[in-house]
Structure formats: C-alpha cells, structure tokens
Ligand binder design. Sequence first.
Ligand code: TXA
Ligand code: MG
Length: 316
Amino acid sequence: MERTNNIETAAKYIQEGKLVAFPTETVYGLGANGLNPMAVAKIFELKERPSFDPLILHIASLDQLKELIKTTDERVYQLAEKFWPGPLTMVLPKSERVPDLVTSGLPTVGIRMPANPIALELISQSGCPIAAPSANKFGRISPTTAAHVQKQLPDVDYILDGGKTTVGIESTIIRLTDKGFQILRNGIITREELETVLPCDEQSAIESMEAPGMLKSHYSPRKKLLLADDTANWQADLSKAGLISFTGKLENGFYKVIRISQHEELKDYAVNMFEAMHTFEDDDSIELIIAEPVPETGIGIAIMDRLRKAEYDWRK
Ligand code: TXA
Ligand code: MG
C-alpha cells in the first residue's frame, strides 16, 4: 500500500480497477471505478460490508450526473446549484449505466459532488464516477485522516493523503418525493437549509430497509462508549475513562479529556468527534469513553445520531 499525494497515480489505479482511499470534505472514502463491477466488489470485500448496503457515487460535473440518473426533475438541479460541490447526497432513480452491485439491486442510486479539490481532481482524472463508502471497516469509526484509514484498511492499494477533513461527519442523504425532500441520514446540511430550496415531506415515515444507513449500530469504537446523560450507566472508574468534552463542565476526575471545541461550536464537534474516538480507541489506558451530549437542533441532530449509534451496542 502506498500513501502519498500523487493524484495522477491514484487516478491510474482507479482506471486499473484498484482501490484508492481519498479525502472528501466529510470523511475519507474508499474509492473504486463506479462503473466497473469487479472493482466495486473489492470495496465490499475490503470493508467487510454486507452486499445489501448500497454505495454512493461521487461525481465532478453535472454532465456526469445526467448519465447516471433516469430523471429530469428540475428540483435535482436546484439542489445541486445550491449545495454542490458539498456534503449532500441525493438518492435518485438510476440509469442502466449504474451497476446493480453499486446500488445493492435498488432502482435508486445515491450521488454527490464532494467539496474537496483533491477528490474532484481525482474524479476528473479518473474519467469515471467513483463509488465510495467511508474508508473504515463496516460498523467501525469513520476516518477523518489518512492515518485512520491506514489503521483499519492497511491492505488498500493507495491512500491519497489530503490532511484532516474539514466537515468531519458523513454527508446529509435525502430523497425526493412528490411533496419535497425526506432526510435519510442527517449531516452538516440541516433540514432548515434544505427548506430554503424545497419543503420537507413529513408524510411517509422511512422504512428501515429503504435507508440502510439507518442501521442502529454504526460508527462504533472498540471500547464502550456512553453518553454523559446516561448517568445510571456510568458509575465507572473515571481514572480509566476518556471524556469527549463540549462545555468543559464535566472534566473532573477523568484519565484524559479531549475538549472538542474551544467556544462550544457544534461545527467543531462534528469536525473532531471521530478523531477523538480514534484517539481513545488507540489508548491502552482507556477502557471507557464518555461523550458529552448536545442539544438536538440543527447540526446537533447529526452529532447525536453518530453518538447514539456509537453507544448502541453497550446499552443492552
Ligand atoms: O460523506 C459521505 O457520504 C461519505 C464520503 C466518503 O462521501 N460516504 C459515506 O458512504 O458515508 P457510506 O457508504 O459510509 O454511507 C452511505 C450511506 C449508506 O449507509 C447507504 O446505506 C446509503 O448511503 N445509501 C446509498 N445508496 C442508497 C440508496 N440508493 N437508497 C438509500 N440509501 C442509500
Ligand atoms: Mg460509513
């Protein structure tokens, strides 16, 4: 495995059907030629991801979009105009060109144009849409640095190192209905921002299999993680615990504290939360991770979604 910043070499690898981990503004992706089923199959294998969990395609231009979808819905272009390049994934009816392996047999495909110059250049030079899930083993913590990728996926063919990602949590995923949009996964682009373009359709509740990303356990460190408001649960030895601290109010007694934001900014929580989980996961002196919860409004919804999924396994 190579880890450098040579986009030309990485693009050649993509063309040859190999796997390239690359930075986006959200998290690192594990990329392959999205039109080559053999290459896409390698993603599922290396990530140990079940084949029923579909991948999203990353594009660098709207011309590419047109070839991948079977809709001329004007709303798609309104949303693209406002939010692309950026951390928004749209689930849309797929064209024949998209291999079934990418979508796990679904008639829809998730597509986004990432706002990271390295990612855009890689896609352009590769000359194809790049299929990419987050570059972690299935169910584990998402990577926000090249080192995180190397830790979980040492066998990837190539890692493009673009430094730490600037958003830190995965894209907001939406689909369109007759009435407007529905959020399938929360992210840094909030419902309120989307509502400046389209109404939110609250009618039909989301069935779990239609949004596989809504699996209850996800993003889990290999150590017990609890939210600090589950007071009943953490009568623990704090001398072996790490705290992900937001307000600074809970910091006494912990073995190690990571202050996630200097000025209680939710954006900083998103940017730094996975890195904090990685740091505590890698620290042999730590047995328990405690995370300070945040109010569930705006970006706080996406942050609490990630924390609850990291916690889920341990609450039974
Ligand atoms: O920010 C991101 O979205 C990152 C970066 C690398 O772009 N990617 C990412 O991919 O988070 P992944 O595979 O870890 O999460 C994408 C989620 C999956 O949970 C998948 O179930 C859902 O999107 N998804 C993909 N295609 C779908 C579809 N056609 N319908 C419903 N959900 C879909
Ligand atoms: Mg993921």
